[in-house]
Design a protein around this ligand. Structure first.
Ligand code: SF4
Length: 275
C-alpha cells in the first residue's frame, strides 16, 4: 500500500517527498512502481521507500499507528504560539540605502505608529499563550519614532504580568543619543544594526537622503554603545559594491570588536529591485 506523497523531476531523477518530512530520489521506473502501488518491497528502493514511510505492508491502521509519532513531531509547531512580535513604528527613514526594502525612494511624511495603536498591538501580543516573547522594533528607522518605542516598553512592563519579554531595536544608528542609550540600558534592549563594510563600501550603500555617507555617524554611535555596555549585533548586506572589498569588510568588523559577520544577500524588493 502507498502513503500520500508528492514528486517533482529533479535533474535525471524524481524527488519524492511526504508529509512526514521524508524524501527519496527515484528513477522513472521506481516512481511508476510507487504510483501504481507495485513496489517490489524486497528491492533496495522498496526497502528505502518502506523505511521512509512512502509505502507499507500490512493494514492501514497499523501504518497509521507507526507514523503517528513522526507526524506529531513534524506538526509540533502547531502547539506553540507566536513568540516574535514585530512593531513597525514608522515607515519613515532619514537614509536612502540602495537596497531599501521598505521604501521606494520617496519621502514618506506620515506613517508613524500612534500610542493608541501601539497599546492595541501590545495587548494583542500579550494574548499569546507563550510565556517568553520577543518584541522587535523596526522601520523605516524606528528611532525616528522613539517616543512610541518608549511608550510600548513602559506599557508592556506594566501589563506583562508573569511573561518574560525581550526587546530589540533594528536601527541604522544615526539617531541614537545618550538619553536613548540610558533608556535601552534600563530595559536591557538589544540593538541590531547594519554595517556594510569599511567607510567606502558602507557609504556607497547607506547614504543620507542628501547623499552624505552615514559611516562616521554609525561608527560614533557604536563607540557610544560600547562605552555604555549595550549589547549589539550587525548584519552586512552584500551588493555588487561590496564584492571587491571582502578583506576590508572583515577587517572593519574585527576593528569594531564584532565576533561574527552575518552576510545577507539582497532581496529584490523596494529600491533593491529598482537599483
Ligand atoms: S536604514 Fe536604509 S534600509 Fe533601513 S529603512 Fe532606512 S533607507 Fe531603508
Amino acid at each position: 500500500m502507498i502513503n500520500y506523497f508528492n514528486f517533482k523531476k529533479f535533474n535525471n531523477k524524481y524527488l519524492i517527498t511526504n508529509d512526514l518530512g521524508r524524501y527519496l530520489f527515484a528513477d522513472k521506473k521506481e516512481l511508476f512502481s510507487l504510483i501504481n502501488n507495485q513496489v517490489d518491497m524486497n528491492s533496495d528502493f522498496g526497502k528505502s521507500a518502506e523505511k521512509n514511510m512512502f509505502c507499507y505492508n500490512g493494514s492501514p491502521r497499523g501504518f497509521a499507528e507507526k507514523v503517528k509519532p513522526y507526524f506529531r513531531d513534524s506538526k509540533n509547531y502547531l502547539f506553540s504560539s507566536t513568540g516574535l512580535h514585530i512593531f513597525v513604528v514608522t515607515k519613515s527613514c532619514n537614509l536612502k540605502c540602495v537596497y531599501c526594502q521598505t521604501q521606494n525612494g520617496n519621502e514618506i511624511p506620515n506613517g508613524f505608529m500612534t500610542e493608541e495603536i501601539a497599546e492595541r498591538a501590545v495587548d494583542i501580543a500579550l494574548t499569546s499563550p507563550n510565556d517568553n516573547l520577543s518584541f522587535e522594533f523596526q522601520g523605516g528607522e524606528p528611532l525616528a519614532n522613539f517616543s512610541v518605542i518608549q511608550h510600548i516598553v513602559e506599557y508592556t512592563e506594566l501589563n506583562k504580568r508573569s511573561k518574560n519579554i525581550t526587546y530589540n531595536i533594528v536601527t541604522n544608528l544615526t539617531l541614537i543619543t545618550q538619553d536613548i542609550v540610558d533608556f535601552i540600558k534600563k530595559y536591557n534592549v538589544g540593538i541590531s544594526t547594519s554595517i556594510d563594510g569599511n567607510e567606502l563600501v558602507h557609504n556607497m550603500n547607506r547614504r543620507y537622503r542628501n547623499g552624505k555617507g552615514s559611516y562616521s555617524d554609525v561608527k560614533h554611535s557604536i563607540e557610544l554603545l560600547k562605552v555604555n555596555g549595550v549589547r549589539f549585533g550587525a548584519i552586512q548586506t552584500t551588493t555588487s559594491n561590496s564584492l571587491p572589498f571582502y578583506k576590508e569588510i572583515i577587517d572593519e568588523y574585527i576593528s569594531m570588536g564584532l565576533k561574527s559577520i552575518f552576510i545577507r544577500p539582497l532581496t529584490p524588493l523596494g529600491c533593491a529591485n529598482k537599483d
